[in-house]
Design a protein around this ligand. Structure first.
Ligand SMILES: [Zn+2]
Length: 271
């Protein structure tokens, strides 16, 4: 599933091709995505110019003259910039064609992706309102996290994956960040010291930052090759390493289930 680093990598990959370009047409081959795509976009998007491409949580925000497209990649989606005449693949659901002769093409076998239109401030869209801060921006720090964790008995792993606390920390990155901070994933959020929360912020930022860097490396291959997104596997300390020796202390990595998701941790390094 595309996580925040893959979405950010996509944003960086498509932004320069879109920014400043005018939309010539919008081709909707399959409106039945996670939510139906509004067919009115076929008439309303042409003639609008792309001002910028930003990101909020795992939504790409394609800002146009008259409003913003909110694009989500879902479980299996990808957005690529291609020549408008590039041959279609099965599961190519929409194209945003540009006066440059290129198009932004969305492919999604499982159709959990989405596309919404929002006039006015996109962060007020119901899908975005109420989300916590971005993990790589200044609002996410130890003071903020300590304030939100105070008195909370929920496990720190689930706390960290709660999008109202901070966005974009998926299962892989939560396990890895807790390992880096030396925090046991089942510890109550309100019982993690300020010092450890500070290390957790650093752990989240470094693991996401490194994954974005890796994504940037694999995006070039991805455009050339088969569309398989690059992951961050060789850098992982605990994720899907059950029974293998901890890279720090040699203890076997353990796996538990929390909130129906697998959590991986080192019982010696994480307290
Ligand atoms: Zn260890």
């Amino acid at each position: 599933m595309p996580e925040l680093p893959e979405v950010e990598t996509t944003r960086r990959g498509i932004r320069s091709a879109l920014q400043g370009r005018t939309v010539t047409s919008f081709v909707l081959r399959e409106p039945r995505l996670r939510w139906p795509v509004d067919p009115a976009l076929i008439r309303s998007l042409p003639g609008q110019r792309v001002i910028d491409v930003s990101r909020r949580a795992k939504y790409l925000l394609i800002e146009l003259d008259g409003g913003t497209l909110l694009a989500h990649l879902g479980m299996s989606g990808s957005l690529r910039v291609l020549p408008a005449a590039a041959p279609l693949l099965v599961h190519d659901h929409y194209d945003l064609l540009l006066e440059s002769g290129r198009c932004l093409r969305f492919n999604d076998p499982r159709r959990f992706g989405s596309l919404h239109w929002m006039q006015g401030d996109p962060v007020k869209h119901p899908l975005l309102a109420g989300l916590g801060p971005e993990p790589l921006e200044s609002g996410f720090d130890a003071d903020y996290l300590a304030g939100r964790a105070r008195g909370r008995r929920v496990a720190i792993k689930q706390f960290l994956m709660d999008q109202r606390i901070v966005v974009g920390v998926g299962n892989i990155y939560a396990s890895e960040a807790l390992f880096r901070a030396g925090i046991h994933p089942r510890r109550a959020a309100g019982r993690v010291s300020y010092d450890r929360l500070s290390r957790l912020v650093a752990g989240v930022q470094s693991v996401l930052g490194e994954a974005i860097h890796q994504g940037g490396t694999t995006l070039r291959d991805y455009v050339r090759a088969d569309g398989t997104p690059g992951y961050f596997r060789q850098e992982l300390f605990v994720y899907e390493r059950t029974g293998q020796p901890c890279r720090t202390c040699g203890s076997p990595i353990r796996q538990v289930v929390q909130g129906q998701r697998s959590t991986y941790f080192c019982p010696a390094c994480q307290r």
